[in-house]
Design a protein around this ligand. Structure first.
Ligand code: SF4
Ligand code: SF4
Length: 359
């Protein structure tokens, strides 16, 4: 223990030693937590083998925070908490306090300042999202905007714990990079191959890098109008968008043909069953800022059906596993189309197509 509390020497890359930022109760009891409890939505209690306890109050944030909001959050932590905060991977802020008496005033201060306390246990917690138009150079939509629009409508599901189990949602603003497995994921879906701006390719792109980037070998070097350029075999192209980052003249973002898709049943955890990949359940949804009503309506429909039909503590993937995919489509009323069938030629490698029994 004593050793773990010594600060390690700084290294040039990577995150700093986390122990220096931890609440003293957490530092003293590192590795000795005995059990935890959920006294109220948005509040967690952890007790150590030594008998010491710590309360955590969780509030949602919009992730991309201006300095004034950050200062407000920090001031609340200094005034009503013990001066220690941390952010979760889903952009919630957590305040740790060493006494139960501090919890209620802290929750009130957060709510009075307009923050929403919740996101614990069997709630819909904050959507984990990627950068969108604000920071990244390749998005087909604004992930942060989708999150804001959806969480405005799911505020009661964040505040209360009325889902069968926890719901993790993710959004991803391109098809290839960040994002992640989610119980429900809202991802960009390009539906047309890139249009090439031949005038710019020779000035902007390293052609071999672009050719190498394509996962289905659909790009070839070509000479167009006497200039070195590229061509795309549209029969092979699966509209993934991977050629756009190394070569912006491969224009794939399109107001009409860049859509949203919804995937369900992804789960990193192996607490009760194996981790699972999410699967496509709705595609071709209009990418319709600023409120994305069509995508939000589908997400709400899936959540309502899960809420009514899921058994206690079933995650979305467990629920679908129990009722089967045909019933999932029946119960949610989502149409099952040919686009839900994984007919990509490379899928043979990812499907268990052999007759051999494997462990
Ligand atoms: S998901 Fe794609 S577009 Fe969005 S931030 Fe990540 S790399 Fe950029
Ligand atoms: S969109 Fe994807 S599949 Fe199509 S050409 Fe670009 S990298 Fe290849």
């Amino acid at each position: 223990m004593a050793q773990a509390q010594e600060m390690r020497s700084p290294i040039e890359s990577g995150c700093p030693d986390g122990f220096q930022y931890m609440h003293p109760v957490m530092r003293r009891n590192f590795g000795m937590w005995d059990h935890h409890d959920h006294p109220a939505p948005g509040v967690l209690y952890h007790e150590s083998e030594t008998g010491e306890g710590i309360w955590t109050v969780r509030a949602g944030t919009q992730r991309i925070l201006d300095v004034f909001t950050l200062r407000t959050l920090c001031d609340i932590g200094d005034q009503y908490g013990d001066g220690y905060v941390r952010f979760t991977t889903r952009s919630n802020i957590e305040y740790m306090v060493d006494s139960e008496a501090k919890v209620e005033p802290l929750v009130k201060a957060l709510e009075d300042a307009g923050f929403v306390v919740g996101g614990t246990q069997n709630s819909v917690t904050m959507i984990s999202h990627t950068q969108g138009w604000l920071h990244c150079d390749i998005p087909g939509t604004d992930a942060s905007g989708v999150v804001k629009a959806m969480m405005d409508e799911l505020i009661d599901e964040f505040r209360n714990t009325n889902m069968p189990n926890r719901v993790h949602m993710t959004t991803s603003c391109c098809q290839i990079n960040c994002g992640g497995q989610g119980d429900i994921a809202i991802n960009v879906q390009h539906t047309k191959p890139p249009k090439i701006n031949h005038d710019l390719v020779a000035n902007v792109c390293e052609r071999p890098s672009v050719v190498a980037r394509c996962p289905v070998a659909a790009i070839r070097p070509a000479v167009v109008n006497g200039k070195p350029s590229l061509e795309v075999d549209e029969q092979k192209c699966m509209c993934c968008g991977a050629c756009f980052p190394p070569c912006p003249p491969m224009q794939i973002n399109d107001a009409e043909h860049t859509k949203l898709s919804i995937w369900v049943g992804g789960n990193h955890s192996n607490a009760r069953g194996k981790p699972t990949f999410q699967k496509l359940v709705a595609s071709g949804i209009p990418n319709n800022p600023p409120r994305w009503p069509e995508a939000t309506a589908i997400v709400k429909r899936i959540l309502r059906t899960y809420q009514e039909d899921g058994r206690d503590w079933e995650r979305i993937n467990d629920w679908i596993e129990r009722i089967g995919w045909p019933e999932f489509f029946n119960k949610t009323g989502l149409p099952f189309t040919r686009y839900h069938v994984d007919n990509w030629r490379g899928s043979r490698n990812s499907l268990n197509a052999s007759a051999h029994i494997r462990q």
